[in-house]
Write a new protein. Structure first.
Length: 366
């Protein structure tokens, strides 16, 4: 331990007034950082732009995402996480460090480093968990604690996680769909499917290539998903359309086409149906008493506010009657002392759903 680390830990023991605790959702698509008493202060893409020859970080977050498919050969824009886990340790560490520095300001060298709660997928191996923990410590955390994403979502939505009743959470992220049944402060059964928002983007791009003969990039596919994506026809009965630009499959020349929301809906059916099958399989592994609670209380469907679940309007009926339609969405804030909350087995007021995304949807199980 260095002298400055010793001083940081020493001062951190005196009430923590000059320290702040962070909660981080380290997602495949986006990373969110929440600060005690302030709520979510950072929501940026999990993208890093680097110089290939030196591996030097040039930009992170929004700035780096703008560089995807727009960089010269000397540079690259990379996603350091794949399927919810660390794929490139060094780049992940650099990204985390940049996000932490954006979220909080350390005015003095002796100011305590933050304590961090960081979300991980249910299916993460011990090696993958260790990689996330080490990346957090090396990025500037005084202490780091790991929490599974569905548990964080359940706490953020104020589900009765410590009571002897079953609660099911479905967290659709960028790289994984996490399904968990929670009771008495722990996860009773869980599963992780590596199909989520990114696979939806890929499905849209593939469908447009096959249907309209046009190639689009991942950024364009994501915009299409967010703007006109849905699983069922819109409630007002009016379909949407959108003009997009891409590359003609045959001539390889620039081309503009108008796409309909029906086309996007057709593209999204296969990945959504796989998710629903996965949810049903997890439900089958639940004991009858907990299953009865879930049938009565419903499922918490959560994920990225501007990502996968936005296009999950109508997910229930179209995907095999696994759910009924959505109820209200509501904002969740980070409050209280994260460390004390962890020690008490609950994040006080606390984490934000979707790992740390800002909204949650309540769906009922049929």
């Amino acid at each position: 331990m260095s002298f400055m680390d010793f001083i940081s830990n020493l001062f951190g023991g005196f009430g923590g007034a000059s320290s702040c605790d962070l909660a981080i959702d380290l997602g495949t698509a986006n990373t969110l950082v929440a600060v005690t008493g302030q709520g979510v202060v950072l929501n940026e893409p999990s993208v890093v732009a680097i110089e290939r020859s030196t591996h030097r970080v040039l930009a992170v977050g929004h700035e780096a995402k703008q560089m995807i498919n727009h960089t010269p050969d000397a540079f690259s824009a990379e996603h350091p996480l794949r399927d919810g886990v660390v794929a490139d340790y060094d780049v992940t560490e650099a990204m985390l460090s940049a996000f932490i520095n954006k979220a909080i300001e350390r005015r003095y060298p002796w100011q305590p480093k933050p304590r961090i709660v960081i979300c991980i997928p249910c299916g993460a191996t011990s090696v993958e968990k260790r990689a996330v923990f080490e990346a957090a410590i090396q990025s500037g955390a005084r202490q780091a604690y790991l929490i599974e994403e569905p548990m964080a979502a359940a706490m953020g939505a104020d589900l009765p996680v410590t009571e002897p009743t079953g609660s099911m959470v479905v967290d659709i992220g960028g790289g994984t769909t996490e399904v968990a049944v929670i009771s008495l402060g722990g996860i009773v059964t869980s599963s992780s499917l590596r199909i989520a928002g990114n696979k939806m983007d890929e499905a849209i791009a593939m469908h447009l290539r096959d249907l309209l003969g046009i190639k689009v990039g991942e950024r364009t596919a994501e915009i299409i998903k967010i703007k006109i994506g849905s699983i069922l026809p819109f409630e007002d009965g009016r379909e949407k359309d959108m003009i997009i630009s891409g590359q003609d499959v045959i001539t390889e020349q620039p081309r503009e086409v108008t796409i309909q929301s029906e086309d996007v809906r057709a593209a999204l059916q296969p990945p959504i149906e796989e998710m629903v099958v996965h949810i049903k399989e997890t439900f089958k592994k639940t004991n009858p008493d907990l299953a009865s609670d879930i049938i009565s209380n419903g499922i918490l469907l959560t994920g990225e506010r501007d990502g996968p679940y936005q296009c999950c309007h109508g997910l229930p009926e179209s995907a095999g009657d696994a759910f009924c339609s959505q109820a209200d969405a509501y904002a969740l804030q980070v409050k209280g002392d994260v460390y004390k909350a962890l020690c008490a087995g609950r994040l006080s007021g606390a984490l934000v759903s979707g790992g740390l995304s800002s909204y949650a949807l309540q769906a009922a199980f049929v």
